[in-house]
Design a protein around this ligand. Structure first.
Ligand code: BG6
Length: 450
Protein backbone atom coordinates (compact mmCIF):
# COMPACT_ATOMS: atom_id res chain seq x y z
CA UNK A 1 0.00 0.00 0.00
CA UNK A 2 2.92 2.35 0.47
CA UNK A 3 3.74 4.92 -2.20
CA UNK A 4 6.42 3.53 -4.48
CA UNK A 5 9.27 5.83 -3.63
CA UNK A 6 8.50 6.44 0.01
CA UNK A 7 11.52 6.46 2.31
CA UNK A 8 11.76 6.36 6.09
CA UNK A 9 14.53 8.14 7.94
CA UNK A 10 14.95 7.22 11.58
CA UNK A 11 16.74 9.63 13.86
CA UNK A 12 18.26 8.83 17.23
CA UNK A 13 21.33 9.49 19.33
CA UNK A 14 23.14 6.17 19.02
CA UNK A 15 25.59 5.33 16.25
CA UNK A 16 24.10 2.89 13.75
CA UNK A 17 24.45 2.14 10.08
CA UNK A 18 21.57 1.77 7.62
CA UNK A 19 22.33 -1.94 7.56
CA UNK A 20 22.09 -2.25 11.33
CA UNK A 21 18.79 -0.41 11.53
CA UNK A 22 17.39 -2.54 8.72
CA UNK A 23 18.36 -5.74 10.48
CA UNK A 24 16.81 -4.40 13.66
CA UNK A 25 13.52 -3.76 11.80
CA UNK A 26 13.60 -7.24 10.34
CA UNK A 27 14.01 -8.68 13.80
CA UNK A 28 11.16 -6.59 15.25
CA UNK A 29 8.80 -7.41 12.38
CA UNK A 30 9.40 -11.08 13.00
CA UNK A 31 8.59 -10.88 16.70
CA UNK A 32 5.31 -12.31 17.81
CA UNK A 33 3.13 -10.74 20.47
CA UNK A 34 -0.49 -10.94 21.50
CA UNK A 35 -1.34 -8.23 18.98
CA UNK A 36 1.09 -9.04 16.24
CA UNK A 37 0.82 -12.52 14.93
CA UNK A 38 0.47 -11.52 11.29
CA UNK A 39 1.92 -13.62 8.57
CA UNK A 40 5.17 -12.01 7.42
CA UNK A 41 5.84 -12.01 3.70
CA UNK A 42 9.62 -11.85 3.35
CA UNK A 43 9.39 -10.11 -0.03
CA UNK A 44 7.35 -7.30 1.47
CA UNK A 45 9.76 -7.05 4.38
CA UNK A 46 12.73 -6.80 1.99
CA UNK A 47 11.01 -4.08 0.01
CA UNK A 48 10.07 -2.16 3.12
CA UNK A 49 13.38 -2.30 4.91
CA UNK A 50 15.33 -1.30 1.82
CA UNK A 51 13.65 2.10 2.23
CA UNK A 52 14.70 2.58 5.82
CA UNK A 53 17.59 4.88 6.61
CA UNK A 54 19.27 5.98 9.77
CA UNK A 55 20.63 9.35 10.74
CA UNK A 56 22.44 9.89 14.01
CA UNK A 57 21.64 13.16 15.74
CA UNK A 58 20.57 15.04 18.84
CA UNK A 59 17.15 16.58 18.49
CA UNK A 60 18.06 19.31 20.97
CA UNK A 61 21.13 20.31 18.97
CA UNK A 62 20.28 23.26 16.67
CA UNK A 63 23.15 22.39 14.33
CA UNK A 64 21.69 18.95 13.65
CA UNK A 65 18.83 20.42 11.60
CA UNK A 66 21.21 21.63 8.87
CA UNK A 67 22.48 18.05 8.58
CA UNK A 68 18.89 16.73 8.48
CA UNK A 69 17.94 19.23 5.80
CA UNK A 70 20.85 18.21 3.57
CA UNK A 71 20.07 14.57 4.12
CA UNK A 72 16.41 14.97 3.19
CA UNK A 73 17.20 17.16 0.20
CA UNK A 74 19.59 14.53 -1.14
CA UNK A 75 16.93 11.85 -0.69
CA UNK A 76 14.35 14.03 -2.42
CA UNK A 77 16.74 14.66 -5.31
CA UNK A 78 17.23 10.92 -5.77
CA UNK A 79 13.61 9.90 -5.40
CA UNK A 80 11.72 13.01 -6.59
CA UNK A 81 9.61 12.72 -3.47
CA UNK A 82 8.94 16.04 -1.79
CA UNK A 83 6.11 15.26 0.60
CA UNK A 84 7.25 14.91 4.20
CA UNK A 85 5.78 13.65 7.42
CA UNK A 86 7.67 14.28 10.64
CA UNK A 87 6.68 11.65 13.18
CA UNK A 88 7.69 12.71 16.67
CA UNK A 89 7.99 9.55 18.73
CA UNK A 90 9.98 11.45 21.30
CA UNK A 91 9.84 13.15 24.70
CA UNK A 92 7.30 15.99 24.69
CA UNK A 93 9.85 18.29 26.35
CA UNK A 94 11.79 18.25 23.07
CA UNK A 95 8.81 19.37 20.98
CA UNK A 96 9.28 23.12 21.13
CA UNK A 97 12.96 22.92 20.14
CA UNK A 98 12.07 20.58 17.28
CA UNK A 99 9.30 22.85 15.95
CA UNK A 100 11.53 25.90 16.26
CA UNK A 101 14.39 24.23 14.39
CA UNK A 102 12.18 22.79 11.67
CA UNK A 103 11.00 26.36 11.08
CA UNK A 104 14.45 27.96 11.21
CA UNK A 105 15.84 25.44 8.75
CA UNK A 106 12.73 25.88 6.54
CA UNK A 107 11.92 22.19 6.77
CA UNK A 108 8.34 23.25 7.47
CA UNK A 109 7.92 25.01 4.11
CA UNK A 110 5.33 23.44 1.84
CA UNK A 111 6.69 24.79 -1.44
CA UNK A 112 7.37 21.51 -3.22
CA UNK A 113 5.06 19.13 -1.37
CA UNK A 114 3.14 18.78 1.86
CA UNK A 115 4.64 18.85 5.35
CA UNK A 116 2.74 17.02 8.09
CA UNK A 117 3.44 16.30 11.71
CA UNK A 118 2.37 13.26 13.73
CA UNK A 119 2.52 13.39 17.50
CA UNK A 120 1.44 10.62 19.80
CA UNK A 121 -0.28 10.73 23.12
CA UNK A 122 0.30 11.94 25.75
CA UNK A 123 -0.76 15.35 24.44
CA UNK A 124 0.03 17.20 27.65
CA UNK A 125 -0.40 15.94 31.17
CA UNK A 126 -3.55 17.90 32.02
CA UNK A 127 -5.94 20.40 30.42
CA UNK A 128 -3.64 23.40 30.87
CA UNK A 129 -0.57 21.69 29.41
CA UNK A 130 -2.58 20.19 26.53
CA UNK A 131 -3.93 23.65 25.69
CA UNK A 132 -0.44 25.09 25.88
CA UNK A 133 0.91 22.40 23.55
CA UNK A 134 -1.94 22.94 21.12
CA UNK A 135 -1.24 26.68 21.07
CA UNK A 136 2.43 26.02 20.57
CA UNK A 137 1.71 23.66 17.68
CA UNK A 138 -0.45 26.28 16.02
CA UNK A 139 2.37 28.82 16.16
CA UNK A 140 4.35 26.57 13.84
CA UNK A 141 1.83 24.51 11.91
CA UNK A 142 -1.67 24.72 10.56
CA UNK A 143 -4.27 22.41 12.19
CA UNK A 144 -4.53 20.67 8.79
CA UNK A 145 -0.88 19.62 9.12
CA UNK A 146 -1.18 18.25 12.67
CA UNK A 147 -2.03 14.58 13.24
CA UNK A 148 -2.54 13.79 16.95
CA UNK A 149 -2.45 10.04 17.13
CA UNK A 150 -4.45 7.88 19.54
CA UNK A 151 -4.06 4.36 18.17
CA UNK A 152 -7.51 3.32 19.39
CA UNK A 153 -9.08 5.45 16.67
CA UNK A 154 -7.33 3.28 14.12
CA UNK A 155 -8.80 0.05 15.45
CA UNK A 156 -11.05 -1.67 12.94
CA UNK A 157 -13.22 -2.91 15.77
CA UNK A 158 -13.84 0.61 17.07
CA UNK A 159 -14.50 2.06 13.62
CA UNK A 160 -16.90 -0.78 12.93
CA UNK A 161 -19.17 0.49 15.73
CA UNK A 162 -20.02 3.41 13.47
CA UNK A 163 -20.83 1.13 10.55
CA UNK A 164 -22.81 -1.20 12.75
CA UNK A 165 -24.83 1.64 14.27
CA UNK A 166 -25.33 3.90 11.28
CA UNK A 167 -25.20 1.38 8.43
CA UNK A 168 -27.90 -0.89 9.86
CA UNK A 169 -31.43 0.14 10.60
CA UNK A 170 -32.47 -2.09 13.41
CA UNK A 171 -30.23 -1.27 16.38
CA UNK A 172 -30.17 2.52 16.28
CA UNK A 173 -33.82 2.91 17.40
CA UNK A 174 -33.02 1.10 20.67
CA UNK A 175 -29.73 2.84 21.34
CA UNK A 176 -31.09 5.29 23.91
CA UNK A 177 -32.18 5.69 27.52
CA UNK A 178 -35.57 4.14 26.91
CA UNK A 179 -34.05 0.75 26.10
CA UNK A 180 -30.53 0.81 27.52
CA UNK A 181 -30.04 0.16 31.22
CA UNK A 182 -26.32 0.86 31.35
CA UNK A 183 -23.03 0.54 29.49
CA UNK A 184 -19.83 -1.17 30.61
CA UNK A 185 -16.37 -0.66 29.15
CA UNK A 186 -13.46 -2.88 30.10
CA UNK A 187 -9.84 -2.66 28.98
CA UNK A 188 -8.00 -5.34 30.87
CA UNK A 189 -4.42 -6.43 30.43
CA UNK A 190 -2.92 -9.51 32.01
CA UNK A 191 0.59 -8.06 31.79
CA UNK A 192 2.29 -5.70 34.23
CA UNK A 193 4.18 -2.52 33.37
CA UNK A 194 7.12 -4.49 31.99
CA UNK A 195 10.01 -2.30 30.89
CA UNK A 196 7.94 0.89 30.74
CA UNK A 197 8.12 1.60 34.46
CA UNK A 198 9.83 4.97 34.14
CA UNK A 199 7.06 6.35 31.90
CA UNK A 200 4.17 4.52 33.51
CA UNK A 201 4.97 5.53 37.06
CA UNK A 202 4.60 9.19 36.05
CA UNK A 203 1.17 8.73 34.49
CA UNK A 204 -0.74 5.74 35.90
CA UNK A 205 -3.61 3.79 34.37
CA UNK A 206 -6.16 6.57 34.14
CA UNK A 207 -3.89 9.01 32.31
CA UNK A 208 -2.34 6.22 30.23
CA UNK A 209 -5.50 4.69 28.77
CA UNK A 210 -8.51 6.35 30.47
CA UNK A 211 -8.10 9.96 29.40
CA UNK A 212 -7.70 8.92 25.75
CA UNK A 213 -8.53 5.37 24.57
CA UNK A 214 -11.45 4.72 26.88
CA UNK A 215 -13.04 8.14 26.39
CA UNK A 216 -12.87 7.47 22.66
CA UNK A 217 -14.62 4.14 23.21
CA UNK A 218 -17.40 6.11 24.90
CA UNK A 219 -17.47 8.68 22.09
CA UNK A 220 -17.76 6.07 19.30
CA UNK A 221 -20.47 4.15 21.13
CA UNK A 222 -22.62 7.11 22.10
CA UNK A 223 -22.14 9.69 19.36
CA UNK A 224 -24.93 10.87 17.10
CA UNK A 225 -24.78 10.06 13.39
CA UNK A 226 -22.64 12.59 11.52
CA UNK A 227 -24.34 14.26 8.51
CA UNK A 228 -21.52 13.03 6.35
CA UNK A 229 -18.66 10.64 6.87
CA UNK A 230 -15.80 13.11 6.84
CA UNK A 231 -13.26 14.48 9.28
CA UNK A 232 -15.15 17.62 10.27
CA UNK A 233 -18.50 15.92 10.85
CA UNK A 234 -17.23 12.76 12.56
CA UNK A 235 -14.84 14.65 14.83
CA UNK A 236 -17.55 17.17 15.74
CA UNK A 237 -19.84 14.35 16.89
CA UNK A 238 -17.09 12.77 19.00
CA UNK A 239 -16.35 16.15 20.59
CA UNK A 240 -20.04 16.67 21.46
CA UNK A 241 -20.00 13.46 23.50
CA UNK A 242 -16.69 14.30 25.17
CA UNK A 243 -18.02 17.73 26.13
CA UNK A 244 -21.23 16.16 27.46
CA UNK A 245 -19.40 13.79 29.84
CA UNK A 246 -20.41 14.49 33.40
CA UNK A 247 -17.39 14.03 35.70
CA UNK A 248 -18.00 12.98 39.28
CA UNK A 249 -14.77 12.52 41.24
CA UNK A 250 -16.62 10.65 43.98
CA UNK A 251 -17.21 7.91 41.40
CA UNK A 252 -13.66 6.88 40.58
CA UNK A 253 -11.56 4.33 42.45
CA UNK A 254 -7.91 3.46 41.97
CA UNK A 255 -5.94 0.26 42.45
CA UNK A 256 -2.31 -0.85 42.36
CA UNK A 257 -1.34 -4.48 41.89
CA UNK A 258 0.74 -5.98 44.64
CA UNK A 259 4.29 -6.37 43.44
CA UNK A 260 4.15 -3.14 41.38
CA UNK A 261 6.65 -1.43 43.68
CA UNK A 262 9.20 -4.15 42.92
CA UNK A 263 9.00 -3.59 39.17
CA UNK A 264 11.89 -1.88 37.37
CA UNK A 265 12.18 1.93 37.68
CA UNK A 266 9.18 2.35 39.98
CA UNK A 267 9.54 4.79 42.90
CA UNK A 268 9.64 2.81 46.17
CA UNK A 269 6.72 4.75 47.68
CA UNK A 270 4.78 5.13 44.41
CA UNK A 271 1.04 5.82 44.66
CA UNK A 272 0.55 5.38 40.92
CA UNK A 273 -2.66 3.64 39.84
CA UNK A 274 -2.35 0.50 37.73
CA UNK A 275 -6.14 0.11 37.77
CA UNK A 276 -9.13 2.39 37.92
CA UNK A 277 -12.88 2.07 37.69
CA UNK A 278 -15.31 4.92 37.28
CA UNK A 279 -18.92 5.74 36.68
CA UNK A 280 -20.07 8.59 34.52
CA UNK A 281 -23.00 9.89 32.47
CA UNK A 282 -23.28 11.65 29.16
CA UNK A 283 -25.61 14.61 29.28
CA UNK A 284 -27.37 14.32 25.94
CA UNK A 285 -31.11 13.82 25.43
CA UNK A 286 -30.52 10.34 24.01
CA UNK A 287 -28.45 9.05 26.94
CA UNK A 288 -30.05 10.89 29.86
CA UNK A 289 -29.67 8.84 33.06
CA UNK A 290 -27.80 5.89 31.49
CA UNK A 291 -24.78 5.10 33.69
CA UNK A 292 -21.50 4.24 32.00
CA UNK A 293 -19.10 2.10 34.01
CA UNK A 294 -15.50 2.07 32.84
CA UNK A 295 -12.55 0.06 34.13
CA UNK A 296 -9.01 -0.61 33.00
CA UNK A 297 -5.91 -2.05 34.51
CA UNK A 298 -2.79 -4.13 34.37
CA UNK A 299 -2.29 -7.63 35.82
CA UNK A 300 -5.96 -8.51 35.51
CA UNK A 301 -7.15 -12.03 34.65
CA UNK A 302 -7.32 -11.57 30.85
CA UNK A 303 -6.09 -9.38 27.99
CA UNK A 304 -9.48 -8.21 26.80
CA UNK A 305 -11.09 -4.98 25.61
CA UNK A 306 -14.82 -4.65 25.11
CA UNK A 307 -17.85 -2.40 25.29
CA UNK A 308 -21.14 -3.91 26.47
CA UNK A 309 -24.50 -2.26 26.10
CA UNK A 310 -26.83 -3.82 28.64
CA UNK A 311 -30.47 -3.45 27.67
CA UNK A 312 -33.30 -3.09 30.16
CA UNK A 313 -34.90 -6.28 31.41
CA UNK A 314 -37.81 -7.49 29.32
CA UNK A 315 -41.02 -5.59 29.94
CA UNK A 316 -42.90 -8.60 28.67
CA UNK A 317 -42.95 -10.83 31.76
CA UNK A 318 -44.06 -13.93 29.86
CA UNK A 319 -40.97 -15.93 30.77
CA UNK A 320 -39.78 -14.20 33.92
CA UNK A 321 -40.72 -17.19 36.10
CA UNK A 322 -38.38 -19.45 34.09
CA UNK A 323 -34.67 -19.96 34.65
CA UNK A 324 -32.83 -16.93 33.14
CA UNK A 325 -36.22 -15.61 31.96
CA UNK A 326 -35.50 -12.04 33.01
CA UNK A 327 -31.96 -11.87 31.61
CA UNK A 328 -31.30 -8.68 29.65
CA UNK A 329 -30.01 -8.63 26.11
CA UNK A 330 -26.40 -7.50 25.98
CA UNK A 331 -24.73 -6.17 22.87
CA UNK A 332 -20.95 -6.48 23.08
CA UNK A 333 -18.40 -4.84 20.81
CA UNK A 334 -15.32 -6.98 21.35
CA UNK A 335 -12.22 -5.03 20.40
CA UNK A 336 -9.73 -7.69 21.46
CA UNK A 337 -9.30 -10.70 21.37
CA UNK A 338 -11.73 -12.77 19.26
CA UNK A 339 -12.85 -9.51 17.68
CA UNK A 340 -16.50 -9.23 16.79
CA UNK A 341 -19.96 -8.06 17.74
CA UNK A 342 -22.04 -10.31 19.92
CA UNK A 343 -25.67 -10.08 20.94
CA UNK A 344 -26.72 -12.15 23.92
CA UNK A 345 -30.25 -13.45 23.55
CA UNK A 346 -32.64 -16.01 25.02
CA UNK A 347 -33.86 -18.95 22.97
CA UNK A 348 -36.10 -21.92 23.65
CA UNK A 349 -34.42 -25.15 24.60
CA UNK A 350 -35.59 -27.79 22.13
CA UNK A 351 -38.11 -30.16 23.70
CA UNK A 352 -41.71 -30.32 24.81
CA UNK A 353 -41.29 -28.30 28.00
CA UNK A 354 -40.86 -24.56 27.98
CA UNK A 355 -37.25 -24.01 29.05
CA UNK A 356 -34.92 -21.19 28.09
CA UNK A 357 -31.34 -21.07 26.97
CA UNK A 358 -28.92 -18.13 26.98
CA UNK A 359 -27.30 -17.95 23.60
CA UNK A 360 -25.52 -15.52 21.27
CA UNK A 361 -25.85 -14.14 17.76
CA UNK A 362 -22.44 -13.05 16.64
CA UNK A 363 -20.44 -11.44 13.90
CA UNK A 364 -16.79 -12.50 14.10
CA UNK A 365 -13.82 -11.22 12.16
CA UNK A 366 -11.53 -14.15 12.44
CA UNK A 367 -12.25 -16.89 9.98
CA UNK A 368 -9.72 -19.08 11.75
CA UNK A 369 -7.08 -18.82 14.39
CA UNK A 370 -4.35 -18.81 11.76
CA UNK A 371 -5.69 -16.04 9.55
CA UNK A 372 -5.78 -12.68 11.17
CA UNK A 373 -7.33 -10.28 8.72
CA UNK A 374 -7.48 -7.20 10.87
CA UNK A 375 -5.00 -4.49 10.00
CA UNK A 376 -2.97 -3.06 12.81
CA UNK A 377 -4.25 0.39 13.91
CA UNK A 378 -0.92 2.00 13.06
CA UNK A 379 -1.10 0.56 9.56
CA UNK A 380 -4.41 2.31 9.09
CA UNK A 381 -3.43 5.59 10.72
CA UNK A 382 -0.06 5.98 9.01
CA UNK A 383 -1.72 5.41 5.66
CA UNK A 384 -4.41 7.96 6.55
CA UNK A 385 -1.73 10.51 7.45
CA UNK A 386 -0.02 9.98 4.09
CA UNK A 387 -3.34 10.41 2.33
CA UNK A 388 -4.23 13.51 4.33
CA UNK A 389 -7.27 12.05 6.07
CA UNK A 390 -7.61 13.34 9.65
CA UNK A 391 -10.95 11.64 10.45
CA UNK A 392 -9.37 9.22 12.90
CA UNK A 393 -6.95 11.66 14.47
CA UNK A 394 -7.74 13.96 17.39
CA UNK A 395 -8.05 17.66 16.90
CA UNK A 396 -7.04 20.26 19.49
CA UNK A 397 -10.51 20.80 20.95
CA UNK A 398 -11.06 17.05 21.26
CA UNK A 399 -7.92 16.45 23.31
CA UNK A 400 -8.77 19.42 25.50
CA UNK A 401 -12.30 18.06 26.10
CA UNK A 402 -10.77 14.73 27.15
CA UNK A 403 -8.47 16.45 29.61
CA UNK A 404 -11.26 18.59 31.09
CA UNK A 405 -13.05 15.38 32.09
CA UNK A 406 -9.83 13.69 33.25
CA UNK A 407 -8.73 16.67 35.36
CA UNK A 408 -12.10 16.81 37.11
CA UNK A 409 -11.97 13.09 37.90
CA UNK A 410 -8.38 13.38 39.09
CA UNK A 411 -9.32 15.87 41.79
CA UNK A 412 -9.91 12.66 43.71
CA UNK A 413 -6.50 11.92 45.16
CA UNK A 414 -7.18 8.91 47.37
CA UNK A 415 -4.22 6.51 47.22
CA UNK A 416 -4.85 3.33 45.24
CA UNK A 417 -6.02 0.16 47.02
CA UNK A 418 -3.84 -2.87 46.54
CA UNK A 419 -5.16 -5.80 44.51
CA UNK A 420 -3.84 -9.26 43.89
CA UNK A 421 -2.50 -9.86 40.36
CA UNK A 422 -4.93 -12.02 38.42
CA UNK A 423 -8.12 -10.62 39.95
CA UNK A 424 -10.46 -7.93 38.60
CA UNK A 425 -9.05 -5.04 40.63
CA UNK A 426 -9.72 -3.93 44.20
CA UNK A 427 -12.92 -4.42 46.23
CA UNK A 428 -13.75 -0.73 45.78
CA UNK A 429 -14.34 -1.38 42.05
CA UNK A 430 -16.89 -4.07 42.88
CA UNK A 431 -18.57 -1.75 45.35
CA UNK A 432 -18.77 1.07 42.78
CA UNK A 433 -21.14 -0.94 40.62
CA UNK A 434 -22.78 -3.10 43.31
CA UNK A 435 -24.01 0.05 45.07
CA UNK A 436 -26.24 0.55 42.02
CA UNK A 437 -27.51 -3.04 42.14
CA UNK A 438 -25.42 -4.07 39.13
CA UNK A 439 -22.38 -6.26 38.48
CA UNK A 440 -19.36 -6.13 36.24
CA UNK A 441 -19.69 -8.46 33.30
CA UNK A 442 -16.94 -11.05 33.21
CA UNK A 443 -15.73 -10.90 29.58
CA UNK A 444 -16.42 -14.22 27.92
CA UNK A 445 -13.54 -15.94 26.19
CA UNK A 446 -16.07 -18.03 24.29
CA UNK A 447 -17.29 -15.21 22.03
CA UNK A 448 -16.12 -15.55 18.45
CA UNK A 449 -13.94 -18.49 19.33
CA UNK A 450 -13.94 -20.07 15.94
C1 BG6 B 1 -1.07 2.34 25.21
C2 BG6 B 1 -0.69 2.38 26.66
O1 BG6 B 1 -1.46 3.62 24.76
O2 BG6 B 1 -2.16 1.44 25.05
C3 BG6 B 1 -0.31 0.99 27.15
O3 BG6 B 1 0.40 3.29 26.84
C4 BG6 B 1 -1.42 0.01 26.87
O4 BG6 B 1 0.00 0.98 28.53
C5 BG6 B 1 -1.87 0.10 25.42
O5 BG6 B 1 -0.93 -1.29 27.13
C6 BG6 B 1 -3.11 -0.72 25.17
O6 BG6 B 1 -3.36 -0.77 23.79
P1 BG6 B 1 -3.99 -2.08 23.14
O7 BG6 B 1 -4.06 -1.79 21.69
O8 BG6 B 1 -3.07 -3.21 23.52
O9 BG6 B 1 -5.33 -2.24 23.78
Amino acid sequence: MLPDKMQVVGIARGAKTDLEIREYFREVLGMKSKHHDHHIDEKVVDKLISRIHYLQGQLDDDKFYGVLKNYLENLSAQTHVNNRIFYLATYPNLYQGIFENLKKSKLDVEDKGFVRLIIEKPIGTDYASAKELNQLLLQYFDEKQIYRLDHYLGKETLQNILTFRFGNEFFEPVMNHEYVDHIQITAAEDLGVGLRGEYYDQVGAFRDVGQNHQLQMIAFTLMEAPDEFNNIEVTAQRIKILNALRPDPTKIVFGQYSGYLDEEKIRPDSKTDTFYALKTFVDTPRWQGVPIYVRAGKKLPEYVTEISIVFKKPVNKLFSHLDCGDQPNILTFRLFPNEGIVLQILTKKPGSSQMLDKDVMQFCYKPSDKIHNLPDPYQRLLTDAMQGDQTFFNDAEEVEAEWKFADAMLTKTTPPSTYTPGCWGPESAEKLIKDDGREWIVPSMEFCRI
